[in-house]
Design a protein around this ligand. Structure first.
Ligand code: FMN
Length: 339
């Protein structure tokens, strides 16, 4: 049977009412301490109704891991209550909500980061400056920060966690040979570069158990010679698949190189290249803005779910219009198309 956007799907044990996900979208509206505000409650609550799942923006597991000074965080127990107001607002619309747990590593905000850390002492660019290479004890501490963040995610009422391993942030820095030049157990062979993610995932699992949905967002390509490809990610993620519930496929951000062109579904080939390697669902994202395109992607089994970001910023009702746009009837006639 042909799968379409309105068909339900499961992420782990969680059944989603359709296959449209709200992608994480930083709001740059946290307090200086990293608390979520009324803006977040309104923003997420207003967009939650028609999507099957809301993924809340990059949320820092460490005070040293914020991407921007106005990021929200989850690095103390005091962060839980403001986040709980977001999950309440989304749940009021009968939609589940995940938190995206992140650490910026060498791309943490210079304004609010006391200690810039990374797998190796290699700068992203002059603005961020050169990070300190993490010691083994430092790695243990950061893994613990993820674990505590996972505990607080459950306390805040989130229905799942998306581990941010994309866009050149700390986990991605470990995965890519361009930013990871370590010669210990965390560098070199793919299995070693994936060790940090493996430990983060294990720590999260120890806290939340196997049944709680945990997904990972990756940058399938570094858009740079010698950088990661979907094939590399497949090799590194395959051993972790049993602990993961979905893979969300984005691209870029590791080095200051942009994709040559950002066209409709520009990241889809990367999701499609990842998908055959895994039994868990793969989420495609990036300029997939019409129902017909989404249905085509799902129908052709290039991905299992579609995430949308930017259209929801300007138009909180975009998901409703996207879902209500009818595709083909049995006779093949197109009923309506998106404007
Ligand atoms: C303003 C803005 C904020 C974003 N914040 C995040 C974020 O916090 N975490 C993340 O992984 N991606 C973030 N993204 C990327 C989006 O989740 C999404 O992958 C990207 O916008 C492409 O999808 P789209 O074409 O549907 O917008 C952000 C994008 C924008 C435009």
């Amino acid at each position: 049977m042909t799968v379409t956007l309105t068909d339900s799907v499961k992420i782990g044990g969680l059944t989603l009412k359709n296959r449209l996900i709200m992608a994480p979208l930083q709001q740059y509206m946290g307090t200086p301490e990293g608390y979520a505000t009324n803006h977040h409650i309104e923003f997420y609550g207003r967009r939650a109704r028609h999507v099957a799942l809301v993924v809340v923006e990059s949320t820092a597991v460490s005070p040293n891991g914020r991407l921007f000074p106005s990021d929200i965080g989850i690095f103390t127990d005091r962060h839980v209550e403001p986040l709980r107001k977001i999950t309440d607002a989304v749940h009021a619309q009968h939609t589940p909500v995940f938190v995206q747990l992140s650490h910026g590593g060498r791309k943490s905000s210079p304004e609010v980061t006391k200690r810039l850390i990374a797998p190796s002492a290699i700068a992203f660019d002059d603005n961020y400056g050169t990070p300190e290479a993490l010691s083994l004890t430092d790695i243990e501490s950061v893994v613990m920060e993820y674990r505590l963040a996972a505990k607080r995610s459950v306390q805040a009422g989130f229905d799942g966690i998306e581990i941010h391993a994309a866009h050149g942030f700390l986990i991605h820095q470990f995965m890519s040979p361009l930013s990871n030049k370590r010669t210990d157990a965390y560098g070199g062979a793919p299995e070693n570069r994936a060790r940090f993610l493996k430990e983060v995932l294990q720590a999260i699992r120890e806290e939340v158990g196997r049944d709680y949905p945990v997904t990972v967002r990756i940058s399938a390509t570094d858009y740079a010679e010698g950088g990661l490809t979907p094939g590399d990610w497949a090799i590194m993620l395959k051993p972790l698949e049993s602990g993961l519930d979905a893979i969300h496929v984005s691209t870029g951000g590791l080095v200051p190189v942009q994709p040559a062109d950002v066209y409709t579904a520009y990241q889809l080939p990367h999701a499609a290249a990842i998908k055959p390697h895994f039994g868990i669902p793969v989420i495609a994202v990036g300029k997939i803005y019409t129902r017909s395109l989404a249905d085509r992607i799902l129908g052709d089994r290039l991905a299992d779910m579609i995430a949308i970001g930017r259209p929801l910023i300007e138009d909180p009702d975009y998901a409703e219009r996207l879902l209500m746009t009818r595709e083909r009837q049995d006779d093949g006639e197109r009923l309506t198309v998106l404007k």
